[in-house]
Design a protein around this ligand. Structure first.
Ligand code: NAG
Ligand code: NAG
Ligand code: NAG
Ligand code: NAG
Ligand code: NAG
Ligand code: ZN
Length: 664
């Protein structure tokens, strides 16, 4: 059939609809309400309200540039007349704020350097809560008759606590495809049947979560972690807040997060945070931080230490356990004005700077463990190609020495459980443990290192179950393993790396790729002279450098070269900046390989996150809540339900000094 062409296609080429760039995410009209339409709340969850009225000075939506300063905001149960917000929550009238901001409507405007200017009036009502389950209508009326309606849902969640403890594993960027590839390289099979399987394969309940943002279908780790821990989908780069249009990264409307709610209701509840990333990074940081900019590292570490101090907000006086990397954000420097090693020590934390000290640390005391500068070196470098640990100058003391006595995710997680169980057995505890470099190594197209991190996560889950069983608390503990988003990774065959290397021409090199029946069987589980100690019982590949390697890739990448061989001399850098500041394939990254032209904008140096739903594995009390397909933020509500964090009208605020929000 011939394609039909219509003169009328120009229909789609005009109009002011902005998708690529938005005036303000979550606010398609000129009146903005945060929390926005479709927001869900746990009964009793504290939150801020931010209202904005926009008056574009120019651009496609131009008005006079004088935003309404007499806007009205009412709230009511759906179907009933709303009342003024001040009366509804019994709070003071908020001060009128104003500012202006500018944004580009599209790439043409950006190229031309013509941003659209918007003047704003705004009010914020801080720290309110809704207790009664049901549907609410929050209505902003501005410019006389214009309205923005936000439909809010307070979920009807039973108050009955069913789990004492929760362990939430986040495999950052982990997809089902990656799990499948990790299984293939670490577990032997005979005639298509695995002889052993992963710990994840043994979970009784499997669900899928949709990771979309509030205002974009691809998320980052800040926004997605915020949905997991706070129940609200927000904007890329935001931690524990909706993003308003003001310049200040700390005045955005906040909502309460699991560690804050759990501690507010149970002052003796335990909180543990473990990550292989630098601890100021988004996935650990989202447990306590409230900022529209995930790059505010000092704010993140400050909230670990003492919660939020700028606003009247739920008090949070530090986790029981904080283990990970990123010592540079704890040591005094221009970017980190405070000496956090000293400040945490003064609060009674033990400080471990290496694995020996971690193992020896008291289980009775709160514990801070920083094991390197930047991210922790990967499992592959710590366990197989250890020469890569030299000359990194990454000792967490800041001495410039190499950090060589390094724990892994398993060591940190099991120690965290020992401390939480010792200190918080009565009230229970919540632990988040992140395998961060599944994502970080996917970004740099280093699939071997990424899969090594995934197998380390699986090994950690196995060790966690064993430890909980030894402590006699396995039955009381909900264990979840999920991701925050994916990457478009998959495996499509095998590559004869020897044949590839022997060919001169790039097109001839591609003949080394075997597909379908020529993909053969996994050569990573075969022992022999080069077999590693990880071959039996503990499931990692017996070798990482077989002649027939995985033909692996992602759907979006910068220019790079590929030879499909493990990078024995350290993590990959697939692309390097050229003189024009855009990125080109690094020749030395894969000397024997062939060139693959990028599919992303030329200024991309790395691969990116993708659309895919991600898996949720659950076992323990409430496991049945986690089957099926649901939204990322539903995980917050399911965990809150399991811990009994729902607060009925007139609920108690034990352990809180005054300032109970009024109840509705
Ligand atoms: C809009 O904001 C700009 C810049 O902040 C200001 O100069 C201008 O007076 C404002 N326009 C109106 C009509 O208030
Ligand atoms: C903010 O309000 C002040 C006082 O009314 C006014 O002078 C200023 O132009 C306003 N700024 C913006 C950006 O609208
Ligand atoms: C809007 O006004 C600002 C300030 O005068 C100017 O810099 C910008 O180019 C204008 N944008 C458009 C789209 O006209
Ligand atoms: C480990 O840390 C302890 C305590 O800070 C220190 O005494 C010891 O020298 C460190 N060991 C290594 C190998 O760096
Ligand atoms: C890569 O792109 C360049 C143009 O940017 C082109 O000359 C070259 O042939 C392409 N190479 C491959 C392998 O696609
Ligand atoms: Zn990422």
């Amino acid at each position: 059939m011939r394609p039909t062409s219509f003169a009328g296609v120009a229909l789609f080429a005009s109009g002011a609809f902005a998708q690529y760039y938005q005036r303000l995410g979550g606010c398609p009209s000129l009146g903005c309400v945060f929390p926005p339409d479709q927001a869900d709340f746990l009964p009793g969850q504290h939150f801020d309200i931010r209202l904005e009225v926009h008056s574009p000075v120019n651009g496609s939506e131009a008005r006079e540039g004088v935003p309404d300063s007499n806007f009205k905001f009412t709230i009511g149960k759906k179907g009933q007349a709303g009342i003024a917000v001040t009366e509804f929550f019994d709070v003071e009238e908020a001060e009128l704020e104003n500012w202006s901001f500018s944004w580009y409507e599209d790439l043409f405007a950006e190229d031309a350097g013509t941003p659209s200017l918007v003047n704003v009036t705004s009010k914020a009502y801080r720290r309110v809560a809704l207790y009664e389950p049901g549907e609410y209508e929050a209505i902003l009326t501005y410019y006389g008759e214009e309205q923005t309606v936000a439909n809010w849902l307070v979920r009807d969640i039973p108050k009955k606590r069913r789990a004492k403890n929760v362990v939430l594993f986040v495999g950052d960027g982990m997809t089902t495809n990656m799990i499948t590839a990790a299984r293939l390289i670490a577990h032997k099979s005979i005639n298509g049947k695995y002889q052993t399987t992963m710990q994840l394969d043994k979970f009784p309940v499997l669900g899928h979560q949709m990771t979309h943002s509030m205002d974009s279908f691809i998320t980052d780790s800040a926004n997605s972690a915020t949905a997991l821990y706070g129940g609200h989908k927000t904007t890329v780069n935001a931690l524990g807040v909706y993003v308003d249009s003001s310049e200040d990264p700390f005045d955005d409307p906040k909502f309460e997060l699991i560690p804050e709610i759990f501690r507010r209701q149970h002052p003796n509840a335990g909180i543990g945070i473990v990550s292989t990333a630098f601890l100021a990074d988004a996935t650990p940081g989202a447990l306590t931080a409230h900022t529209s900019d995930r790059g505010e590292y000092d704010h993140v570490i400050g909230t670990f230490l003492e919660g939020l101090t700028d606003y009247e907000w739920t008090k949070f006086d530090g986790p029981d356990v904080l283990f990970g990397a990123g010592a540079e954000n704890f040591i005094t420097s221009e970017d980190a004005p405070r000496d956090y090693y000293q400040l945490f020590s003064e609060k009674g934390y033990t400080l471990s700077l290496n694995k020996t000290a971690l193992d020896a640390a008291s289980n009775e005391e709160r514990a801070l463990g920083l094991f390197s500068v930047s991210n922790l070196p990967t499992w592959l470098d710590r366990n197989v190609y250890q020469h890569n640990l030299k000359e990194l100058g990454n000792d967490p003391s800041g001495s410039g020495a190499d950090a060589l006595d390094l724990p892994g995710l398993k060591d940190m997680t099991v120690k965290a459980i020992d401390i939480l169980d010792t200190r918080r057995r009565d009230e229970g505890w919540f632990l988040m443990a992140e395998a961060a470099s599944i994502d970080k190594q996917m970004h740099t197209l280093d699939y071997d290192r990424s899969l090594g991190e995934l197998l380390e996560l699986d090994d950690t889950v196995k060790a966690t179950i064993q430890r909980l069983e030894e402590l006699g608390v396995l039955e009381d503990t909900l264990i979840l393993v999920t991701a925050d988003h994916g990457h478009g990774f998959d495996v499509t065959g095998a590559v004869d790396t020897v044949y590839l290397e022997e060919q001169e021409d790039d097109r001839d090199k591609r003949r080394a790729i075997g597909i379908y029946e020529n993909s053969g069987l996994s050569q990573y589980t075969v022992g022999g002279a080069n077999a590693l100690k990880y071959s039996e019982g503990v499931h990692f590949p017996a070798r990482w450098d077989p002649r027939y390697a995985l033909h692996a890739g992602t759907v979006a990448f910068p220019d790079h070269r590929e030879n499909y061989k493990v990078h024995k001399d350290g993590p990959r850098t697939p692309a390097e900046a050229g003189g024009d500041k855009t990125y080109y394939a690094s020749y030395k990254d894969a000397v024997s390989g062939f060139l693959i032209n990028g599919t992303l904008a030329p200024d991309a140096s790395q691969g990116v996150h993708s659309l895919t739903d991600v898996p949720v594995f659950a076992q323990g009390p409430c496991q049945e809540l986690f089957g099926g397909v649901y939204n990322s933020n539903d995980i917050f509500f399911k965990i809150a339900e399991c811990l009994g964090l729902s607060e009925a009208k007139g609920g108690s605020h034990e352990g809180e000094e005054g300032h109970c929000p009024p109840k509705h």
